[in-house]
Write a protein that binds this ligand. Structure first.
Ligand code: 9PG
Length: 456
């Protein structure tokens, strides 16, 4: 990040003005907030590495947008939108806003920021108009995503071949219109060793054959840029990870968080060996019959650091997305997760737009805005609804509707009213009558067209 320079001063009514600051990636906080109530700065080391651009928190009292920030001055004057130019010629600009008396000072780390004054019915409508312009030059596919069943929110990494096949049988018995059965985290021995079995599937290609023989399509989860430090991949190819500059030669691996049960480094896809490895993995899965890929922890592809080719993180990330798309081919569906947003527009069919859903309404860490919970997930689904149909199909995260899930009807309503991608993630034989009916109703292809924000 370069030095911040003031790019605008916006007179505001502090009692009524509101600010939208775009979070860095899928799980990062986003929302419209009163100008007097900026989000508390992130302080946890893992959240800094995972949720924050440049692994750095916004200063206290400051709104920070990753490439996008909008201000409703609250005095009847137009909404002001400050955003990255289409094509992201300088990566994703950091745009900050801080209130000084009755003036909002807007600063950025580049002067190459588009400024728009939009007479609109509130911030979401202005963001929608901005999104149409941003996406215009990008190859957004806008094809619907069919209904999905995902193993994560019932079985987590303990999912077995038996669990998957039991649900494949249940969807037939219960007449649930699932088109894609998506195997999540847990099939692999270690993060990065995607083709080394964990032992939970006697035969992963065989499981995929069984899914397809039952008349469904097969999907898989993968974290293409993560390399567990305990993996065989890291032991054999320590030169394939992004390194910290200025920490000796070679520098320490950039830490991508303690995630997926390991400390993780970031795969350097500018290294031709690493690129070949990942393409082999994805082409192999494609050969098994997988045609839906949920690519996760994608923030690890966008770190600045020492790479085989000395390119900025945002460039490496976009080149990596292009590589992945080429490996899986144009017909496979690609869903981003944990992914920096603006650079991914035009590369993915669908995008997770919030933190993970959970059985509890409140997050375990009460004040932490990105930990799994219905409160955090729903906040982002509402805040980013304008992206649906403009950037991609929004993925609000899965339905969890089984008995015992707090406020399950509220979550079903959020998914019904705002979401795009429809996925279920319950053990289907545990659904009571309400959950079964609601799941059946909601499992439809994602709606075509754009989400039109209501006037506010
Ligand atoms: C699989 C899961 C599911 C889920 C994803 C993602 O910060 N963390 O440690 C962290 C762990 C898991 C996580 C997000 C953050 O969830 O969103 O749907 O696929 O990975 O591991």
């Amino acid at each position: 990040m370069e030095v911040m320079e003031e790019i605008a001063t916006v007179p505001v009514d502090p009692a009524r003005a509101r600010v939208y600051a775009e979070g860095w990636q899928s799980w990062s906080e986003a929302g419209v907030r009163p100008v007097t109530d900026p989000p508390p700065p992130v302080s946890r080391p893992d959240s800094l590495a995972i949720d924050c651009q440049y692994r750095r928190a916004a200063p206290p009292g400051v709104f920070e947008g990753a490439g996008l920030l909008a201000v409703d001055p609250g005095d009847g004057s137009p909404v002001r939108v400050f955003g990255a130019p289409p094509g992201l010629p300088e990566g994703v600009p950091v745009i900050q806003a801080a209130l000084r008396d009755r003036v909002l000072s807007v600063t950025a780390d580049t002067s190459n920021v588009t400024r728009r004054s939009l007479v609109s019915d509130g911030i979401p409508a202005a963001l929608a108009a901005w999104a149409d312009e941003f996406a215009a030059g990008r190859p957004v596919t806008r094809r619907p995503v069919p209904p999905v069943w995902c193993s994560w929110y019932q079985y987590f990494e303990r999912a077995t071949e038996g669990d998957i096949l039991q649900n494949v049988d249940a969807m037939a018995a219960l007449d649930l219109p699932v088109e894609i059965v998506q195997i999540d985290d847990g099939y692999q021995a270690c993060t990065g060793d995607w083709l080394v079995p964990s032992g939970k599937y006697a035969d992963l290609p065989g499981t995929i054959r069984r899914i397809r023989a039952a008349g469904r399509r097969a999907g898989i989860w993968i974290a293409p840029w993560l390399v567990g430090v305990s993996s065989r991949l890291f032991a054999e190819h320590p030169d394939w990870v992004v390194r910290e500059p200025g920490t000796g030669s070679p520098g320490e691996p950039v830490w991508a968080g303690n995630v997926v049960r390991d400390d993780c480094a970031a795969l350097d896809l500018t290294n031709p060996g690493a690129a070949r490895y990942l393409c082999d993995v994805m082409e192999t899965m494609r050969g098994w019959g997988v045609d839906y890929f949920k690519i996760d922890f994608c923030y690890a592809g966008a770190y600045d650091g020492m790479r085989y080719s000395p390119v900025p993180g945002a460039t490496a990330y976009q080149d990596g997305l292009r590589l992945i798309r080429t490996a899986i081919g144009p017909d496979a569906l690609l869903v981003g997760c944990g992914a920096p947003l603006l650079p991914a527009v035009g590369f993915v069919d669908a995008m997770r737009i919030g933190p993970d859903i959970a059985a509890s309404y409140e997050p375990e860490l009460r004040s932490h805005p990105t930990t799994p919970s219905q409160r955090n997930a729903a906040r982002n689904v509402l805040a980013r609804a304008w992206q649906h149909g403009r950037f991609w199909v929004n993925d609000p995260d899965c339905l969890m509707l089984r008995p015992g899930v707090e406020r399950r009807a509220d979550w079903a309503a959020v998914v019904r009213d705002y979401g795009g991608l429809r996925a279920s993630s319950d053990a289907l034989d545990q659904l009571d009558e309400w959950a079964l009916e609601t799941t059946r109703d909601l499992l439809v292809p994602s709606p075509p067209g754009v989400f039109v924000p209501a006037a506010s």
